[in-house]
Design a protein. Structure first.
Length: 257
């Protein structure tokens, strides 16, 4: 039986961890390298870095963050934000990333999913989908880019299936309506995607506590849970999440840490 992963997400802006609601009203939440080291020591199964200010001139800052983190903690690192081509993929992997998350670049150039999967292996390719509720689409959800601010006219379920066919090894699914609200994951959206693709789905957006994480696994089929705010500000710990999961029959790694 596969274990359920608990992932700590660090949104990085100008080399610092930040957190807001729907990627706006950002507040400083600490040094990403030190936070990653702490989360690794406290039992996080993976660390996800999202470079939310991924312009060309700031990319070197992110490479430095990844390199320093990879040297000091021993859990897989997923990095996303501003990845436009195979060279960006290669540079991030060479800096110490284990997986690369792609979102906007895949929407505007779907071929990058297939190309990166063939070049580096599908285990390195994470397709990030930021979905918003839109009842005019068959699934009820539309894919967005730019932190949910730019509509794409793409159905979320159709896009998830296409991404997996093209070689995505995992889907990082964020409900933009729930992101940062701490009111729980979008169970309907997560269940819809997880039941229709044959790769792991990471639930993201809206975690308010351990019970939300248990619920999205048991009721919506998520393979992993991702959170930021509740960990950054000490509202809940990774240990408390894994303890709650264990008590509800969900297998996790190192749940006694």
């Amino acid at each position: 039986m596969l274990t359920t992963r608990v992932i700590a997400c660090l949104d990085v802006h100008n080399g610092r961890t930040v957190k807001g609601i729907n990627f706006i009203n950002l507040k400083d939440a600490g040094d990403p390298v030190e936070q990653a080291k702490e989360y690794s020591a406290l039992g996080a199964d993976e660390i996800c870095f999202l470079d939310i200010s991924a312009t060309y001139e700031k990319r070197n800052t992110m490479f430095d963050v990844i390199s320093k983190t990879a040297e000091s903690c021993f859990v897989p690192l997923t990095v996303g934000g501003g990845v436009k081509n195979l060279q960006d993929f290669r540079d991030l992997l060479n800096s110490g990333a284990d997986k690369v998350s792609i979102n906007s670049s895949a929407v505007y150039n779907p071929k990058i999913i297939k190309d990166s999967s063939e070049k580096f292996g599908n285990q390195c390719v994470v397709l990030a989908i930021d979905a918003v509720e839109n009842k005019s689409f068959p699934s009820g959800y539309e894919v967005t880019t730019h932190g949910g601010r730019k509509k794409t006219n793409i159905d979320a379920l159709k896009w998830a299936k296409q991404g997996v066919r093209n070689g995505a090894g995992e889907i990082l699914l964020t409900s933009m309506n729930s992101d940062g609200t701490k009111k729980g994951y979008n169970l309907k959206l997560t269940k819809l995607i997880s039941e229709n693709v044959a790769v792991p789905v990471i639930a993201s957006g809206g975690a308010g506590g351990p019970k939300d994480m248990v619920e999205v696994v048991l009721k919506a089929g998520a393979s992993a849970v991702l959170a930021a705010s509740i960990f950054h500000y000490g509202i809940h710990s990774i240990h408390s999440v894994k303890k709650e999961m264990s008590e509800n029959g969900i297998l996790t790694r190192d749940c006694d840490n």
